[in-house]
Design a protein around this ligand. Structure first.
Ligand code: NAD
Length: 297
């Protein structure tokens, strides 16, 4: 399969598109996502250095001849760490992997006058390969000098998606902040209600099992990362409050036993989804077949 061919390519290495590049420094390279990118760069033949939290005493040496610097540190520290990168060579590419884009991109443009690009890998460090994964990017400055990087990421198997930092952050309000927050609240609710998980699973259809998995997997990850993502922008809280308000309105509808209003709202949403409603039904049936195959293996 495609997935297997990509993971075997991982072992043997990837084509190097910029062999003359000076060392790549990954700030936060001992972390999860930074570590993954270090491995990908090394497997592609680049010279990689890690700059960890204990390394700032010798940062000038590590950074002096950098060809590219990639920032992958906790979100809440990102802008202050970027602000320390004020002595990079002029032709050095400055990039970041942060899950939010406006603030870090602005900070990179302010601290460095050379090429700047913001990246947001839409995956966590637990993936086996980049095949079928998406990397979103925001142009910062001198895009001609980092086209090779974008091509390199495609060689790793990922698909690229270009967007403005503002549009990215607006999209992430729904895709990350609201979704992770509703998973968080559902998890809190389950823990408070304290049902027997085994019993729930034994009663579950595959789709509920999948839903439980989507919620449960959040709590196998880093609380700080999700707190930072959810609290990264004021528009996130505003969006979550609007969701809360609609939840309240829907509960009032239940209290009135208003099936007519329910049906009307239901049809309105169906209309909003348009052709996607049917498409998603088919797509989820395929996913469920796969999920079912893997749980019974
Ligand atoms: P992580 O905590 O695993 O890694 C962060 C690393 O930064 C750690 O090794 C930490 O020691 C180091 N660090 C802390 N302070 C530092 C300092 N002053 N100087 C240098 N290094 C320092 O976190 P992560 O999950 O790898 O996330 C890193 C970045 O990747 C974040 O911006 C996050 O938004 C982004 N990201 C993460 C994921 C994910 O699923 N993990 C997905 C997409 C994007």
């Amino acid at each position: 399969t495609m997935r297997e061919s990509y993971s075997s390519e991982n072992d043997s290495g990837f084509k190097c598109l910029k062999p003359e590049l000076r060392p790549i420094v990954v700030v936060g390279g001992y972390g999860q996502l930074g570590g993954l990118f270090c491995r990908l760069f090394e497997l592609s033949g680049y010279q990689v250095r890690k700059l960890g939290s204990q390394d700032w005493d010798c940062a000038d040496d590590i950074l002096a001849d950098a060809g590219m610097v990639v920032v992958s540190v906790p979100i809440n520290l990102t802008e202050q760490i970027i602000a320390k990168l004020d002595h990079l060579p002029d032709d050095c590419i400055l990039a970041d992997l942060t899950s939010i884009k406006s603030g870090p991109l602005q900070a990179m443009l302010e601290v460095h006058r050379g090429p700047v690009i913001g990246l947001h890998p839409m995956f966590g460090p637990d993936i086996a390969s980049l095949a079928k994964q998406v990397v979103v990017y925001c142009d910062g400055r001198h895009p001609e000098s980092y086209q090779w990087l974008l091509e390199q990421i495609q060689i790793w198997g990922a698909t690229l998606n270009r967007i403005s930092a503002i549009e990215h952050d607006q999209g992430m309000t729904l895709i990350q902040a609201l979704r992770h927050f509703t998973s968080f609240v559902y998890g809190v609710h389950l823990a408070e209600e304290d049902p027997q998980l085994e019993l729930l699973l034994s009663l579950s259809s595959p789709i509920y099992r999948l839903e439980l998995a989507m919620v449960g997997r959040l709590f196998a990850q880093d609380a700080q990362l999700y707190a930072d993502i959810i609290m990264s922008a004021p528009q996130n809280l505003a969006m979550i409050k609007r969701f809360h308000q609609r939840f309240g309105e829907a509960i009032e509808m239940l209290e009135r036993q208003d099936k007519e209003a329910f049906t009307q709202a239901f049809n309105q949403v169906e209309h909003w989804f348009g052709d996607y409603a049917q498409h998603f039904l088919t797509e989820s049936q395929g996913l469920l077949r796969q999920a079912n195959d893997s749980t019974h293996r």
